[in-house]
Design a binder for this molecule. Structure first.
Ligand SMILES: [Zn+2]
Length: 119
């Protein structure tokens, strides 16, 4: 019940008992509606987090040259053959996720891969 509806109710000239009854019914209806609103908000927040996680998973899989399942044998897209390194990595995602790690490990200096000692 908003302020306009409340004003109208108070000016309606009903008996105090009718007024109490209507206010009580509105209060109960409002309390029953609030948990649903909160549930909807939580559901939307969970859906947004899930979408963000899926985007990040796709991006990381692309960086590693993997299927989004990372080789799960139940995957319908790759049948479990999509482990990291089985596809060409997506260059921007590789630069974002993998190059900093290679640099940290001393395997990438000035954007050039450090040749391994075996050849
Ligand atoms: Zn897959």
């Amino acid at each position: 019940m908003d302020a306009t509806e409340l004003t109208k109710l108070l000016q309606g000239g009903g008996s105090p008992d009718d007024l109490k009854k209507q206010l009580l019914q509105n209060l109960i209806a409002q309390q029953q509606a609030e948990p649903k609103k909160q549930d909807d908000t939580e559901l939307r927040q969970c859906q947004a987090r899930l979408r963000a996680s899926r985007r990040r998973n796709r991006s990381l899989a692309a960086a590693l040259g993997a299927c989004v399942c990372f080789g799960d044998p139940r995957c319908r897209q790759c049948g479990g053959e999509g482990q990291p390194g089985t596809r060409a990595p997506e260059p921007d995602a590789f630069a974002f996720y993998v190059e900093p790690v290679l640099r940290q490990l001393g395997l990438l200096v000035d954007d050039e891969l450090v040749p391994n000692q075996e050849g």
